[in-house]
Design a protein around this ligand. Structure first.
Ligand SMILES: Cc1cc2nc3c(=O)[nH]c(=O)nc-3n(C[C@H](O)[C@H](O)[C@H](O)COP(=O)(O)OP(=O)(O)OC[C@H]3O[C@@H](n4cnc5c(N)ncnc54)[C@H](O)[C@@H]3O)c2cc1C
Length: 438
């Protein structure tokens, strides 16, 4: 229970206090970069670990174990005496009182950096929200992994074709990098794993549908990358449904706006994000229609000198990005570094330059030796793009141990055409219950 009388037990200090909400790409990077010992820094997250979202789909597909892409927050700051980490659910911000309210108590701030990211957007469709799977947390990734293998097990005991189809078919909604990567990984599972593990099952019966409301996959990437990705996936046996949208789902049939219903008990929703509300600070004048905080050129939330927002939850309109920056890791990292330097130089008379995003390109992998890369000057596909994808993700992962485990897993998967983690590990009860809890 939250209470304004309780507090998070942060030692009193005469130094100004920066409270950082969220230890994702933005929040964690801010605290790592902000090394000014004249401040007290409090970092709050609901988890005691940082999670590397770009590789969630590999956990869902049994290619990596969850611990390989998560890192304990406290370990990052073991040697930073002015940094205090608290595991708590952020409930509210009171800008007048300079107070953050959490489920474990409150904390006062002089400066606030908000980096709580985004959540899945189901566009107000309750049925889809309740019955589909999304890929926004490690818990959800594990939930998908459990469900996939539970359903394959069950399918072997089903004599009825339609019942089997519901268990072994997949519908993925959203043709962005997450949907594309998930579809590619499923197609590889169908090709390399099913014939070995589930010999009695006809792999030809496993259908993978990728539904995208627009004309092309990977909106935002160059046309040549979009076409390459579409070609790769089609060649791998993925059915692409473009220019259509999923309008309803009852847990067994996926209803499209234009086409016939598809039988599938696994609908994976990767069709968009919105930002969580921050009560006390999400007035209409502060947020856009995706729930992002409107920020100035220094990442300060509109109307406040001491409250910053970074990453997915920040919308900064510039000439190059009139509707805000893309919600990707690089933006969060760069905004967080900028705010760290901005606060560090606070009080210096020199005028601070506005934030400028350096676009380093976009990547999506589709499968073995197949990826697409939009680099600042040109686009690439195939093996070279795939190597770039591997290197960039490995480089961005936190922790030498994690990097090592991921490399070993990738090499194992590559040379054996196999993934080693096809375990059904339930939290409690069945995986649907686990999903509700995650
Ligand atoms: C499946 C998937 C794949 C992706 N792939 C790519 C990719 O390939 N390349 C790329 O550039 N980007 C990718 N992204 C996007 C990228 O992960 C985000 O842009 C990035 O994580 C944004 O960073 P952030 O710091 O704003 O938020 P996040 O990294 O999401 O961090 C938010 C943090 O806030 C915490 N939090 C949220 N609400 C609360 C609360 N109420 N109380 C306490 N703590 C809270 C969360 O636990 C989390 O630690 C992907 C995202 C997903 C979901």
């Amino acid at each position: 229970m939250s209470s304004r009388e309780e507090d998070l037990n942060i030692p009193a200090s005469s130094d100004p206090r920066v409270v950082v909400l969220g230890a994702g790409f933005g929040g964690l990077t801010f605290v790592r970069k902000f090394r000014n010992s004249g401040y007290q820094v409090v970092l709050i997250d609901r988890n005691n670990f940082h999670q590397f979202q770009p590789l969630f789909y590999q956990v869902a597909m049994a290619g990596l174990e969850p611990s390989a892409i998560a890192f304990p927050i406290r370990k990052v700051f073991q040697k930073r005496e002015n940094v205090f980490v608290r595991q708590a659910e952020i409930l509210e911000v009171d800008p007048e009182e300079r107070l953050v309210v959490t489920d474990r108590g409150n904390v006062q701030f002089d400066f606030l950096v908000i980096g709580i990211g985004a959540v899945t957007n189901f566009f107000n469709n309750e049925a889809i929200a309740q019955k589909s799977y999304s890929l926004k947390t490690l818990g959800e990734s594990l939930g998908i992994r459990n469900r996939i293998f539970e359903d394959f097990e069950e399918s072997l005991m089903s004599r009825n074709y339609n019942d089997r189809q519901k268990l072994i078919d997949f519908v993925i909604v959203g043709g962005g990098p997450t949907g594309v990567e998930m579809a590619g990984a499923l197609a590889e599972m169908k090709r390399y794993i099913i014939p070995k593990d589930y010999r009695e099952l006809d792999p030809g019966e496993v259908d993978i549908y990728l539904v995208q409301s627009g004309e092309h996959l990977l909106p935002g990437m160059r046309p040549e990358s979009q076409q390459r990705a579409e070609r790769y996936l089609s060649d791998m046996g993925v059915t692409l449904i473009l220019n259509d949208r999923v309008v309803d789902y009852d847990g067994e049939s996926v209803f499209l706006k234009n086409g016939d219903p598809i039988l599938a008990e696994k609908l994976i929703w990767a069709a968009g994000v919105r930002c969580p509300e921050v009560p006390g600070l999400s007035g209409e004048e502060q947020v856009d229609n995706k729930g992002r905080f409107l920020v100035d050129q220094h990442c300060r939330v509109k109307g406040f000198e001491n409250i910053f927002a970074v990453g997915d939850i920040a919308r900064m309109d510039t000439d190059d990005y009139p509707y805000g920056h893309p919600q990707v890791a690089q933006v969060a990292l760069q905004m967080a570094s900028y705010v760290a330097s901005f606060l560090d130089k606070r009080g210096h008379s020199k005028e601070k330059k506005p934030f400028v995003y350096k676009d380093k390109g976009a990547l999506a992998t589709i499968g073995r030796n197949k990826a697409v890369a939009d680099l600042p000057r040109f686009s690439l596909g195939g093996f070279l793009a795939w190597l770039i994808w591997l290197w960039v993700h490995l480089y961005a992962l936190i922790g030498t141990r994690n990097k090592l485990i991921v490399v070993i897993n990738w090499m194992w998967n590559y040379f054996t055409y196999d993934t080693a983690l096809r375990l059904i590990i339930k939290q409690k009860g069945n995986s649907a219950e686990a999903k509700q809890e995650s």
